[in-house]
Design a protein around this ligand. Sequence first.
Ligand SMILES: [Zn+2]
Ligand SMILES: [Zn+2]
Ligand SMILES: [Zn+2]
Length: 256
Amino acid sequence: MRVTFLGTGTSYGIPMPGCDCAVCRSPDPRDRRFRTAILVEAAGQVLLVDTPPDLRSQCLAHGIRKIDAVLMTHAHADHIFGFDDLRPYTNRMPEPMPVWASAGTAQTLRNIFDYLDKPPIPGTSLARIDLRIAEGPFDFHGIRLTPLPAEHGHADMIGWKIEHQGRSFAAIPDCKQLPPDTLGLCRGADLVVIDALRIRPHPTHMNFDEAIPVLREIGARRSLVIHLCHEVSHAQAGQLLPGGMAPAYDGLRIEL
Ligand SMILES: [Zn+2]
Ligand SMILES: [Zn+2]
Ligand SMILES: [Zn+2]
């Protein structure tokens, strides 16, 4: 299994337009963060976690040739407003692209992208999507996919556990708290990534002080944080985290 972080920033991205802070002006390329998306390759399949507004640029930057399926986490703007950028990939597929989402996220997607419920008009190129509701674990080409419910404000939020050939990766990009069942499903994963927005507390995101004990409890072989805002540089984030934990950054690629 190969995991590539296409974007690791919070909803504004970094740099934030109009901001002259030290992180937004940082020369460190790891301080440039697109909105959060993760590509997972396994069993010859390419899975995408979330469709942020930067998706087109991310696909071009990484030369992504195909996307076989999408795993949505929740329907906040920074995770869904690149949904239409799936079109160049869906257009080349013989069948509609499977997209899994929680019931709440699926409903919001149907409200915003209303063509999902309308018959296609011949000659047009709307995304051809097979939107499915994820209610429990299922298999996709031998890859085990398990939705991971998480608390994140009013969002019907799910992270994803992806397992193939004895390797496991759990991704929960936006969360304030993880219920015991989700903690149990994440425990002992080869790689886990969760939300750590900044140093100050936030009502719907974990800060560093909240993420660290959760990552300790999960005890993954490798632990990362994601969805950082411009109040923390990559270098500073690295210093805030104990050994065995690190901030993700755009372009980070991990083979499991
Ligand atoms: Zn987000
Ligand atoms: Zn800034
Ligand atoms: Zn969110």
